[in-house]
Design a protein around this ligand. Structure first.
Ligand code: PEP
Ligand code: MN
Length: 302
């Protein structure tokens, strides 16, 4: 991939670590969870407490919703941001929220710890430039019709403004398959790690749109080496004003988090065993039978 001056990864370059609210993204595994939309103070606060208690490190919630229909709920705007601020004060969770308009970047940035740029705006170049100028950490979701190269070029727009805090998020693409809301392209996790130094999260909620797939796709994302997850959780999904069919209950989210933690623990143990075996010169380590190598450059450097 040519011309990725800032987002591309040179063979000897370390992955970026982006520190937000005490979380070292790219190093610490990050789970961002919360409702699709901020609806009421009660709904947001109760969801925030539930996701924090289950182990999420940041709260998500849309105050500006990019909806397919202009007649659908568009979000509470400033009122929603104030609710998120209150949830942050009560739970200590940093806030991730979407900005959809260049004119809103600076003031939404006063409430957000991470500004999200959604799939529909991935190639909104003036929004990307403004997000770059804001200096805020940016969560850049993959456009639903975008290639990896197009996506990384959008990250490049932000980086070129002098903002090096870009986090990518795979959220599924449109394919001929209609069973799922989108086709979650988990191959982008190792692809991003090979081509870029930027961290990559996976959003299995929009990526599948189907409740029973969110946990297995979360585990698959972890196995693929994702730096974290973004998951929709609602204290009472059946009353949700957007994406009601894909928001997990707090109970389901707790179970998912427990299984994610188990898998991560297993992977860490195996990676440690492999590193020990490699240090001893055990050939089993080279064959990779003790655990999987997640860094594509590690093999290249052997
Ligand atoms: C969201 O995360 O709230 C959202 C709208 O997702 P996407 O932009 O990936 O559709
Ligand atoms: Mn949603």
């Amino acid at each position: 991939m040519n011309n990725l001056k800032l987002s591309g990864r040179k063979p000897d370059e370390a992955r970026s670590v982006i520190e937000v609210g005490g979380v070292r993204i790219g190093e610490d595994f990050l789970v961002i969870a919360g409702p699709c939309s901020v609806e009421t103070e009660e709904q947001t606060l109760r969801t925030a407490e539930a996701v924090r208690d289950a182990g999420a490190k940041m709260l998500r919630g849309g105050a500006f919703k990019p909806r397919t229909s202009p007649y659908a709920f568009q979000g509470l705007g400033l009122k929603g941001l104030k609710i998120l601020d209150k949830a942050k004060k009560e739970t200590g969770l940093p806030i991730v929220t979407e900005v959809v308009d260049t004119r809103d970047v600076s003031w939404v940035g006063e409430y957000a710890d991470i500004l999200q740029i959604g799939a529909r705006n991935m190639q909104n170049f003036s929004l990307l430039r403004e997000a770059g100028k804001s200096g805020k950490p940016i969560l850049l979701k993959r456009g639903m019709y975008s290639t990896l190269e197009e996506w990384l070029n959008c990250a490049e727009y932000i980086l070129a403004e002098g903002n090096d805090k870009v986090i990518l998020c795979e959220r599924g693409i449109r394919t001929f398959e209609t069973y799922t809301r989108n086709t979650l392209d988990l191959s982008m996790v190792p692809a991003v790690h090979a081509e870029s130094h930027l961290p990559i999260l996976v959003d299995p909620s929009h990526g599948t749109g189907i409740l029973f797939m969110i946990e297995p796709m979360s585990l698959a994302a972890v196995a693929a080496g994702a730096d974290g997850l973004e998951i929709e959780v609602h204290v009472d999904p059946k009353t949700a004003m957007s994406d009601k069919e894909q928001q997990l209950t707090p109970e389901a989210f707790r179970t998912l988090m427990r299984r994610v933690a188990d898998l991560r623990e297993f992977m860490a143990e195996r990676a440690m065993a492999e590193a020990d075996a490699a240090a001893r010169g055990d050939p089993a380590a080279r064959e990779g039978v003790l655990g999987s190598r997640r860094d594509p450059f590690a093999d290249a450097m052997d």
